[in-house]
Write a protein that binds this ligand. Structure first.
Ligand code: ATP
Ligand code: MG
Length: 648
């Protein structure tokens, strides 16, 4: 891994909210006096009744309870709309960019957003939804998705968004999982030039439903759809029946705001519960500081609202801050691999936030797609979702950022609500591949994997835990507090266990080495599979790689690499040898893969993460029980990999 550093320019730092000195000062205050720090920063949002108590947290297994600002009351939707009306009612809140570049983009002002949210909230009420009820949102990336989220928040209903790429089965499980009263969907959803039949999927998901779940349908395309015998409603018809007056419900800080399932990379997805006050403080504060967002900037997070990244950085964080946020319906490669950059140019994007998987895919398509667009408005680039390999970081920096834009590599999880470890663009010298340093109030620790002992020295390697709570932390697993405690608080007592492995370098920078499950032990040497993958993708002929361990008679564990080649490259035994030699020279002899399987495709979750647990099973030659595969984007690739497995 590279240790080259990229400090922010003096010019950038001078205009930033936070420079290096300010970071040190604020970070010290946040951990030395959390109550003082958060009683001040908790005021960044509007409270109906101000909180008097800042924090009440217990991380002890068996008694885990997390509360922030607990006696305060607020309404999250009012924070994202009403409070901006006086000062920026006519400012664009949401820019909607449709799937087809030829179709017109929409610019929705804060005033229009407010009206749309109030009306949708009244429709929800008419359909019998009230405070505490659950609403499943199964929508494409259209403004109605944001209206629906905020409409729930306005009336105190709890939303659970299901990514529109999920199958009827996965959708059904999530509808039942929270006993939803209402599902909101669209007729069909265009994406990358293809259409998904969302309403049909809902019909299938509700086929065996006994509790008469209602379904509200947004007319997106006007395609033919089938209605159920009862309980289906068009949004455009229902909205005619309501007015735009809907007073926001007064909610307690600890009332649930939403449920969201994790992406399922490591197992059965968990229904993560976030509450109102602390989450909003965290989403808005990280949005402002991590991206150095200033009034008037155009912010674009390319995630889907079906993932936590979309919740915190398309909707709640930006809108709480009165930002202009982009919602993009399409995909990075439609109509061609220049779409992201076309949209950046068209809407004069200032902050751009995407995932390493997208960066790697676009990098493989060549620089022409980037270079033909004017990206001069960009100020900050961000990434999230996986460790970013230095190759991809460098391409992002040089080709997209012209070597001049700070990159923020943000480490966080569905569970954390927002960024935990990330550079601040005006303060933190970046190192390609490192998420760098903790955000305010975040106290990461590295524990010895086996003993669970906290490692005091600056340089450390082990599992990444958090010593104390932060306002955006998840509060429980929906309906299963025991699972919450068992997953995050049982193995390492007294800490929140992230499930990720990490290394802390001599500068105190954190390097995420992947999931703890992905750390392998080869002849007594522990290594993160991410490191071997990084070396493989640094080879010019390799597009993507996934590495897992498998039982090895002599070494304990052997290294099994799945390799996807660049378009046009042919697999051969010579190339296999070339890659082995390459990894040896990049990392060392110990990291040389024992088995390399050519993989035309890798099993990925619908958020684009490689599902290593499936690859591990195949490598172990134990593919009878692959576990939950309902979150796979393309189950077909698994059969191909089993068919051509190397360890049999
Ligand atoms: P599940 O918990 O169901 O297995 P998941 O962990 O993939 O799914 P998410 O909450 O979407 O679900 O992902 C969080 C994880 O993504 C982190 O724990 C980490 O492994 C990885 N991750 C996110 N951002 C980064 C980053 N900047 N660098 C390294 N890893 C990251
Ligand atoms: Mg996880």
């Amino acid at each position: 891994m590279s240790d080259k550093t990229y400090p922010p320019s003096a010019e950038f730092a001078a205009k930033a909210h936070v420079d290096a000195a300010r970071y040190d000062e604020m970070y010290a205050a946040s951990v030395n006096d959390p109550d003082g720090f958060w009683s001040e920063h908790g005021k960044r949002i509007d409270w109906i009744k101000p909180f008097s108590k800042v924090k009440d947290v217990n991380f002890d297994f068996g008694n885990v309870a997390i509360k922030w600002f607990e006696d305060g009351t607020l309404n999250v939707a009012a924070n994202c709309t009403d409070r901006h009306l006086a000062t920026r009612g006519d400012q664009t809140a949401i820019i909607w960019e449709p799937d087809e570049p030829g179709d017109e983009a929409q610019h929705i002002t804060y005033r229009q957003l407010h009206e749309n949210v109030c009306k949708m909230a009244n429709v929800f009420k008419n359909l019998g939804v009230g405070k505490g009820d659950r609403v499943v949102i199964y929508l494409p990336m259209i403004p109605e998705a944001a209206y629906a989220m905020l409409a729930c928040a306005r009336i105190g209903a709890i939303h659970s968004i299901v990514f529109a790429g999920f199958s009827p089965d996965a959708l059904g499980a999530r509808i039942n999982g929270c006993d939803a009263k209402l599902v909101i969907t669209a007729d069909t959803a265009p994406r990358g030039g293809r259409k998904t039949k969302l309403k049909d999927n809902v019909n299938q998901a509700l086929l065996h439903d006994v509790d008469d779940v209602k379904c509200l349908v947004v007319k997106r395309t006007g395609d033919q759809i089938a209605w159920r015998s009862e309980g289906d409603y068009w949004l455009h018809e229902e909205i005619e029946k309501v007015d735009a007056d809907c007073p926001p419900e007064e909610m307690s800080a600890e009332d649930p705001l939403f449920i969201l399932y994790t992406s399922g990379s490591t197992g059965q997805p968990k229904g993560v519960v976030h509450t109102s006050g602390g989450y909003l403080v965290w989403a808005s504060m990280t949005h402002q500081y991590t991206f150095d967002y200033h009034d008037g900037d155009i912010f674009w997070c390319t995630a889907d609202v079906g993932w936590v990244t979309g919740h915190s950085y398309i909707v709640y964080g930006p809108l709480a801050n009165g930002a202009t946020t982009i919602m993009f319906e399409g995909v990075p490669t439609y109509p061609d691999a220049g779409r992201f950059w076309a949209v950046c140019e068209k809407h004069k994007v200032n902050q751009f936030y995407t995932a390493p998987t997208a960066i790697r895919a676009l990098m493989g398509q060549g620089n022409d797609f980037v270079e033909k667009y004017d990206l001069s408005d960009l100020k900050v680039l961000g990434t999230v979702g996986e460790p970013i390999n230095p190759e991809a970081w460098n391409w992002y920096n040089e080709v997209v950022g012209n070597g001049k834009r700070p990159i923020v590599d943000t480490w966080w999880q569905t569970e954390t609500g927002g960024h935990l470890i990330t550079p601040l663009p005006g303060a933190t010298p970046a190192k390609p591949g490192s998420a760098t340093v903790p955000f305010f109030g975040v106290e990461p620790v590295v524990l010895e994997t086996e003993s669970g002992k906290e490692i005091d020295s600056t340089e450390a390697e082990g599992v990444l835990c958090l010593k104390d709570s932060w306002p955006g932390q998840m509060r429980t697993v929906w309906g299963d507090h025991d699972r919450f405690e068992a997953t995050y608080f049982q193995q390492y007592k007294g800490y929140y266990f992230s499930g990720d492995g990490c290394r802390r370098d001599a500068d105190g920078y954190y390097w995420i080495t992947g999931r703890v499950d992905d750390v392998i032990n080869v002849s007594g040497h522990r290594m993160g599979t991410a490191e071997v993958e990084s070396a493989l993708v640094a080879h010019a002929k390799v597009a993507e790689a996934a590495v897992v361990g498998y039982p090895h008679d002599i070494k304990g564990q052997g290294i099994y690499a799945y390799v996807t080649l660049m378009t046009g490259e042919e697999p051969s035994d010579d190339l296999r040898k070339e890659l082995e030699t390459w990894v040896r020279s990049e990392i060392g002899p110990i990291a040389k893969p024992d088995l390399i399987q050519w993989a035309p495709g890798l099993p990925k979750t619908r958020s684009g993460k490689i599902m290593r647990r499936i690859l591990r099973k195949i490598a172990e030659n134990d593919f009878g029980s692959l576990g939950d595969t309902s979150t796979l984007a393309d189950p077909g690739v698994v059969d191909e990999l089993i068919e051509n497995r190397m360890n049999r």
